[in-house]
Design a protein. Structure first.
Lengths: 641, 251
């Protein structure tokens, strides 16, 4: 029987975490070296956890698929990291950061988790500064803050447009120090393919050495997955090319519940697709919407140069529809409306899948120099990629998949329903509900890695007898390793006619069209049958080149795409089950006449946690529901009118 | 509307670290000016696979110029012709129909080839391991605003911290020196009070590790600065040398 006990401590919201820390069991320093912990992924969550736990004295084994821990995709985060320091004295507090995050998530996350996140946010900034992270500073020498993503307070810390890079390098350097000191065994270019479970507990993993193709077995007392999100199921997303769901999905197939898979965030200001060869999408900071005006021509097929289209023939659709927020509506609202106007045939460019973001009026008002000082690097980036000058011609933008709120189900201790298997960062579902606020992904990854897991892991390990070893010759390791090898052999033996990328691109189109910005019952049912038939073709007609005992990037991709095929079906099932609109999940059947989302708290105030049963042509999953109880906040319908 | 370009490619093939490498030629005629350089290689790889040949291996991840995975040497230039740009951000509009392009891995004994254009850069990790950090444990940090840092110092620290660890500096250097990579980290940390405490130990440990890895010395060619996708200043190397001499003399 699966237990969905979130293990939330009793007591007042603001006392829960401190009380839990007081009550959790500890492992004595001289015993810590007897425990081995496997951490998969070296982004903010995995890197921070590996460094922190090794500092405490645990023996850590750290794994990443890239050639160095420093390449993890956290590195690409641009905007910043939130904390409730209230340095600007503008009324911020732990409560307010908590409230904004839970409201922004459209009331589909746990109060206790989100409050803890807001609470430890300040420690993260202290830690990063101590590591030498070069945050932006004022002339006073003190840290600078900015407002981000429509927040009413300035709580975002940043390092130019490279905040993720600098925070990741801080965690990476702390990790490397522990590698040198012997606390971390460091495995690069290793991909996790299976979790090993013995007597119901996670006891190790199977990896593939991506250079030699060797299947390796690693034993430990606990396993932490910090393997990021699954946005690449869409093929085109702002994720790095190697980002994937494989570690989380293989754990899911071993019994770990997968929560809220349909909650996917689409970012409104990305550079549009230019052709079939496109391999990824590039995000531009949404700060551009502070000065840019979003519009499309009122007339279908108006292919005049945008500067020749007079004012009264332009549709500033966000300003017209949302007079009080205008171009600054939240990410999901901006994305949805861009899709709506394009669906009506008003989209621009040769694909019809783009809208204008126009700085003409801002430049006339503030001067080119002022706009350049604010956005110069973004304008340069746009000019480089799009080949057009945004100072003289409006930018073309379109939404792109950016972040996945869903992930492995975890309790308050960040442990999945499999004892000893933990999930952190974007790989878990825990803190962002149905929509993530800007500048809070970095906060959550580092909160999980630096401050939550190092405490909660001890609480688990205290009940594991130190030095318990089954040995990698235990049959569970053997079976898991065979399974991993068989999956690889199967892919290599298909010898079909279509390339992996071709399949992935086709899958991505289905997922984008039917499980993307807006969803319908009919569309989702269609998606499920399309995914199934494409998956069937994949397993009979894919061509996987090369050999298994060598470096083979396309073999890696093939395994990941196979997992995306299954995940995609689960996303559709989840979106179909959730007959309401909330956060990034818009079901067209559940909206007002004006196109505003209608949330249904009575029937859907739960976390959907899916249990894998089988995949035999059809994906079979059982739905478990964790009811969300709101004791401290009042549920309100969001309105940006 | 853009038209297709024909590009004549000549790229390095090497099946394993110990195998003998060679150049292979192939012409592709479906190149579009909006493609990135790596997307052009994706197209090449699709064509190769449809012909039953093995795709060309090269390293990449973020494709937005920040992860530092890609490190191609294009027509003899690390990351290709565009200044301050990693090759994943280089677009084919920088080339013309009929161009010949040669693609090689970075050539340095400290970066052994794994396959084709993929090299082993773990030496960079070991240089950071030797001292590229502040020895602060999680939880022991003081209040973030307790030590004011002059804006100018913080900005300069950032300029050096922007290094993405791609290894273009090594590829471009006639001595295959990793001086710019190593010095960028040393200068980043020594511009901040938090990093200043371990300054002497750090510079000695990191410079010695760099030598141990088999990277050459710096002879002031300045090629590293010229190809750096983050345009990190060679002034970092001068700072490192001064710090190194001072640290060694002071013992």
């Amino acid at each position: 029987m699966i237990s969905l006990d979130a293990k939330i401590p009793d007591g007042p919201l603001e006392k829960k975490w401190s009380r839990h820390k007081k009550e959790m069991k500890l492992v004595a320093p001289n015993n810590r070296r007897k425990y081995e912990i496997i951490i998969v992924g070296t982004g903010l969550a995995g890197g921070a956890a590996a460094a922190s736990m090794a500092e405490m004295g645990y023996k850590v084994k750290s794994f990443c698929i890239q050639d160095s821990a420093r390449r993890a995709h956290s590195i690409a985060a641009q905007g910043g990291i939130n904390a409730s320091k209230n340095y600007p004295n503008d009324g911020d507090s732990v409560w307010r950061l908590f409230y904004d995050t839970i409201k922004g998530g459209d009331y589909r996350s746990r109060e206790a988790n989100v409050y803890r996140l807001a609470e430890v946010s300040n420690n993260i900034i202290d830690q990063a500064v101590a590591q030498g992270v070069p945050f932006a500073r004022e002339y006073s020498g003190l840290l600078a803050n900015r407002s981000f993503g429509g927040a009413q307070v300035s709580r975002t810390f940043y390092a130019r447009g490279q905040t993720g890079q600098q925070l990741l390098l801080g965690a990476y350097q702390a990790m490397m120090r522990q590698v040198e000191l012997g606390g971390i065994k460091y495995y690069t270019r290793h991909e996790m393919l299976e979790v090993v479970i013995i007597d119901g507990k996670a006891r190790g993993i199977i990896t593939r050495d991506l250079v030699t193709g060797e299947i390796c077995q690693h034993e430990a007392d606990a396993v932490i997955l910090a393997t990021g999100g699954y946005g690449n199921v869409f093929y085109l997303s702002t994720n790095a090319k190697n980002s994937n769901v494989t570690a989380a999905w293989r754990a899911h197939k071993k019994g770990a519940l997968f929560a809220n898979p349909s909650f996917v965030q689409v970012h409104p200001t990305c550079i549009p697709v230019s052709g079939d060869y496109q391999s990824k999408l590039t995000l531009m900071s949404e700060s551009l919407r502070n000065d840019g005006r979003v519009w499309v021509p009122r007339k279908k097929g108006d292919d005049r140069h945008p500067n020749d289209i007079p004012e009264d023939e332009r549709l500033y659709y966000l300003e017209e529809k949302y007079p009080s927020f205008g171009n600054l509506v939240p990410r999901d609202v901006a994305s949805r409306n861009a899709k709506l106007v394009c669906d009506k045939g008003l989209g621009i460019g040769k694909t019809g899948l783009a809208v204008y973001l126009d700085f003409r009026d801002a430049i006339a008002r503030d001067g080119k120099d002022m706009i350049s000082a604010k956005y110069g690097n973004l304008f340069d980036m746009y000019a480089n990629i799009a080949g057009e000058d945004p100072y003289t011609r409006p930018m073309r933008i379109f939404p792109a998949v950016h972040y996945t709120m869903g992930g492995l189900w975890v309790d308050y201790n960040l442990m999945t329903n499999i004892p000893g298997l933990f999930a952190a960062g974007e790989a878990n579902f825990s803190d962002h509900g149905a929509n993530r606020l800007g500048a809070s992904a970095l906060m959550q990854g580092l909160s999980d890695g630096y401050f939550v897991l190092p405490s909660t892991i001890g609480n688990y390990l205290a009940d594991v007898k130190p030095g318990t070893r089954y040995g990698t010759d235990h049959e569970a390791f053997d079976t898991a390793a065979k399974k991993a090898q068989e999956a690889i052999d199967r892919l290599l033996n298909i010898n079909g006619k279509r390339t992996i990328i071709d399949f992935h691109r086709t899958l991505g189109r289905i997922v984008w069209d039917k499980i993307g910005i807006s969803r319908t019952k009919e569309g989702l049912e269609g998606a499920i049958s399309d995914i199934r038939s494409l998956r069937e073709e994949f397993w009979t007609n894919v061509y996987v080149p090369g050999e298994k005992n060598n470096y083979n990037k396309y073999l890696e991709f093939a395994g990941r795409v196979a997992d995306f095929f299954e995940l995609a079906e689960l996303m559709a099932m989840d979106a179909l089950d959730r007959a309401e609109s909330c956060g990034c999940h818009l079901r067209e059947e559940f909206q007002t006449e004006e196109g505003e989302a209608i949330r249904n708290d009575k029937d859907y105030s739960y976390v959907s946690a899916w249990e894998f049963k089988d995949r035999n042509g059809v994906l079979e999953e059982a739905l478990h529901k964790e009811e969300l109880n709101f004791e401290f906040v009042e549920l309100k319908q969001r309105s940006y009118k | 509307m853009s038209t297709n370009m024909t590009i004549h490619l000549r790229y390095w093939r090497q099946t394993s670290p110990t195998a003998r490498g060679y150049f292979e030629n192939r012409t592709i005629s479906t190149v579009n000016e909006h493609m990135s350089f790596l997307e052009m290689l994706d197209v090449l790889n699709e064509e190769l696979q449809l012909d039953g040949a093995e795709p060309l291996e090269f390293d990449y991840d973020c494709r937005e110029g920040i992860c530092g995975s890609c490190n191609l040497v294009i027509n003899g230039q690390a990351h290709g012709p565009k200044k301050g740009t990693a090759c994943c951000q280089l677009h084919m509009r920088n080339y013309s129909d009929g161009d010949h392009i040669t693609i090689e891995p970075p050539r340095a004994s400290a970066f052994p080839v794994i396959k084709d254009l993929v090299v082993d850069r773990s030496a960079f990790d070991r240089i950071i391991e030797a001292g590229g950090y502040v020895s602060v444990k999680t939880g022991s940090a003081q209040e973030a605003n307790a030590i004011p840092i002059q804006k100018n110092d913080a900005d300069q620290a950032f300029d050096y911290a922007a290094c993405i660890g791609c290894g273009a500096c090594v590829a471009a250097c006639p001595n295959a020196s990793a001086s710019l990579f190593t010095s960028a980290k040393i200068s980043h940390l020594s511009h901040l009070p938090q990093g200043n405490v371990e300054r002497s130990n750090r510079v000695v440990a990191m410079v010695e590790q760099m030598q141990e890895e088999g990277f050459g010395d710096c002879s002031n060619f300045g090629e590293c600065e010229a190809v750096c996708p983050k345009e990190i200043s060679i002034a970092a190397i001068a700072d490192t040398r001064r710090d190194y001499v001072r640290a060694v003399i002071q013992g």
